[in-house]
Design a protein around this ligand. Sequence first.
Ligand SMILES: Cc1ncc(COP(=O)(O)O)c(C=O)c1O
Length: 429
Amino acid sequence: MTALVAQSTDALRDRARTLSARLDQLRAQGLKLDLTRGKPATDQLELSNGLETALHGDFRARDGTDVRNYGGLRGIPEARALGAALLGVDPATVMAAGNSSLTLMYQTIDAALHFGLWGDDCRWRATNAPVKFLCPTPGYDRHFTICQSFGIEMINVPMTDAGPDMNAAEALVAADANIKGMWCVPKYSNPTGCIYSPEVVRRIAALPRVAGPNFLICWDNAYAVHDLEFPPPMLASISDAAEEAGTSLQIVQFCSTSKITYAGAGVGFVAAAPDVLDRLERFLSVQEIGPDKVNQLRHARFLEGRIELHMRAHAALIRPKFDAVLERLETGLAGLDIATWTRPQGGYFISFDTLPGLARRVVALAKSAGVTMTAAGATFPYGKDPLDRNIRIAPTFPSLRDVEAAAEVFTLCVELASIDHFLERRGAA
Ligand SMILES: Cc1ncc(COP(=O)(O)O)c(C=O)c1O
């Protein structure tokens, strides 16, 4: 296909008429499709129904704990071992908690601000100085919401195919001592799907050496085992890199089984150096007596020795949905020079960039045809994409047929909005 910009005004007008007619046809079908939700589909949830019978009436953890009773804030040993297997860390560094890693992230930031993760003197809010965070963008909107809820100022760091732009991150922390932390989704990043390279992992682990002793890397490894291809690509160990850099106290890792078993009814994990975990436990002990250990035990028994097998079953269900989107994007847009998109090897998202200034327009156009996309801007702090071009596509939840239909509408809207843009620029709209 010829790049749109190189096509004649008449050719663009013709093409716009064809696309508009097709869009009207689709509108007439009254579509109600939704590509916003990074949720497992029902058939994925079915894969974990064995959870219901995993306990067979045996409520004793292997250390003798009766999981039906209060207590055990750090989690039962077999659940801590499960979290350790997911994160690739020592079980002694893991706390198995409640149903959400996002809650743990919120609590960790709260603790760092008001309680001190490294001692009372290290509270970020010990003075009135502003607290700032590096936010690789595009990124996960709920990280940004946590920061915003605490009044933490967010600073964008561009993402590359190998992870955050570390030259930018290093320069920023060197210049501003009020930057106290950084969000990272290191494997199948939300939404770009990239895997941080070993070099980036090494430089992130070294960042606290530049930034200072109370700088925190929030390593949200939400998609640690959510591979679409096997054998899966490997993520370099942040724990090993931190040990080498002497920054182990400043890395906190998170993950959960939300998209392994039941979203919202899984187990969340946090991993940190023993002293930091002790502080976090003290902070949390004011809020709770202990997590849901019954859920922890059934998860440990259900997943023991079969995580990869289970994730292969997920991949078999969702890979066709990713392929369907990618195929339509390729067929409809390749060569037009109006968009770029990622081809992830795992995770839950495809990240799509329109021409600058068109993301909102494309999302609105798709909505008018019955296809809801994640709001443009959502992948940036404060909901502000400076170039208004990023759109997150979440293909897992709808049926394959709906994904195919939605991808067709979306592709068409991207081309139509781009043609309108070129025609406007030529004063020919
Ligand atoms: C990067 C990332 N972290 C965390 C979460 C939420 O995790 P949880 O369900 O464990 O709270 C999500 C969910 O979409 C996510 O994409």
